[in-house]
Write a protein that binds this ligand. Structure first.
Ligand SMILES: NC(=O)c1ccc[n+]([C@@H]2O[C@H](COP(=O)([O-])OP(=O)(O)OC[C@H]3O[C@@H](n4cnc5c(N)ncnc54)[C@H](OP(=O)(O)O)[C@@H]3O)[C@@H](O)[C@H]2O)c1
Length: 341
């Protein structure tokens, strides 16, 4: 396993991290995603640790807290060997303050996550999304206080726009508060928008990317191909509409290119999709998912080898799309605004 620095922090994370969205299955959406119980979670955690994975990602809203509970039980007795990342901001409860990144909501969210996880600290605490109704100063002062109290160790954000992140970093810098060291972002061979704004920002500000759904919400796994029947067992039929949108024809074009590289390398579709991401700038870790141990073991085989420059170029070409404004315009003047990749 390779370990990378998370942004400009001193924390080393394994380049592959495990996403615990499949733990629990507490409601219809999450049951379709996965319903790994504590016993199964323990085995998956052990397989990950054996392979050198040190980071496990969850969120308060995953299965309404059940994912945190299952993860907490699965890592009991091994807490010191690994890092836990969790998140708050999205609605968890019916009350007016059961949502957002206010001091009120964050302080109680951290306490609840610690209780469910059975731990007294969280290694990486994420704002799951931007809260435009709470002053950025309130959020960051609260997070800084939580870091100082020892309840959380590093802070990160997720699904922020460029200006959300830049404003937050500027506020942290102005007051000398803890800074977001990571940005948990969607990025995959079938979704490269991250490269347009957020990657140059991450390079400039030294913010590490923790990539979510690196297999394109489970689509880059060999189960979706032109003319192939829908997979018999997959969360896709029930959850595809809530994940990153992708046009079928574009997906098939990318999968065709991945299949060519798979034939050359003898690697699987998911291994190639993950290995491609590991060669992109700013990427600290890929938070992949697995329904079962077989998928897990296959995905762990994405490290220890490297796609050739020609193979990367083939995948780049197949997954290239027309950029939105102002990025298509900037791409014509790269002398002073070089593309990050
Ligand atoms: N910050 C955010 O907003 C956000 C959003 C989403 C996810 N996340 C994080 O990212 C983690 C991973 O997300 P994800 O599950 O969408 O990631 P993903 O790695 O893109 O997809 C994982 C899914 O793909 C399928 N799969 C995985 N490996 C496979 C293999 N080798 N062969 C065949 N199928 C395979 C499985 O689904 P099926 O078997 O059901 O097809 C599995 O659940 C989550 O657990 C969570 O921690 C964060």
């Amino acid at each position: 396993m390779e370990y990378r620095q998370l942004g400009q922090s001193g924390l080393k994370v394994s380049v592959l991290s495990f996403g615990a969205g499949t733990f629990g299955g507490g409601n219809e959406f999450f049951r379709a995603w996965g319903h790994t119980d504590v016993e199964g979670a323990r085995r998956q955690v052990d397989i990950c640790l054996e392979a050198g994975v040190n980071l496990f990602d969850t969120a308060d809203v995953y299965s309404n807290g059940l994912s945190e509970e299952v993860l907490g039980k699965a890592v009991a007795g091994k807490r010191h060997q690994l890092l836990i990342s969790t998140k708050a901001t999205f609605r968890l409860g019916d009350g007016p303050n059961d949502v957002g990144s206010s001091r009120h909501h964050l302080v109680s969210s951290v306490e609840n996550s610690l209780r469910r996880l059975g731990t007294d600290y969280v290694d990486i605490y994420h704002m799951h999304g931007f809260d435009a109704t709470t002053p950025v100063e309130e959020t960051l002062y609260t997070l800084d206080t939580l870091v100082k109290s020892g309840k959380i160790r590093y802070i990160a954000c997720s699904n922020f726009s460029g200006w959300h992140l830049m404003k937050s970093l500027a506020v942290s810098d102005r007051y000398g508060w803890s800074r977001y060291v990571g940005h948990q972002v969607y990025y995959s061979l079938i979704g490269r928008d991250y490269e347009w704004e957020l990657m140059p920002l991450a390079l400039d500000q030294k913010v590490g990317a923790l990539v979510w759904s690196p297999l394109g919400w489970g689509r880059l796994t060999g189960k979706l191909r032109r003319g192939a029947p829908a997979p018999a067992v997959s969360r896709l039929p029930k959850t595809a509409q809530y994940g990153p949108p992708v046009n079928d024809e574009f997906l098939y074009k990318v999968v065709d290119a991945v299949d060519e590289v798979a034939a050359e390398t003898g690697k699987s579709v998911s291994q190639i999709a993950l290995n491609w991401l590991l060669q992109r700038p700013t990427v600290s870790t890929l938070i992949f998912g697995a329904r079962d141990e077989e998928q897990l073991r296959q995905n762990l085989g994405a490290v220890g080898w490297t796609l050739s420059a020609g193979q990367v170029a083939k995948l780049d070409a197949a997954s290239q799309v027309t950029r939105a404004y102002p990025y298509w315009h900037q791409a014509q003047f790269t002398e002073r605004t070089p593309l990050p990749v």
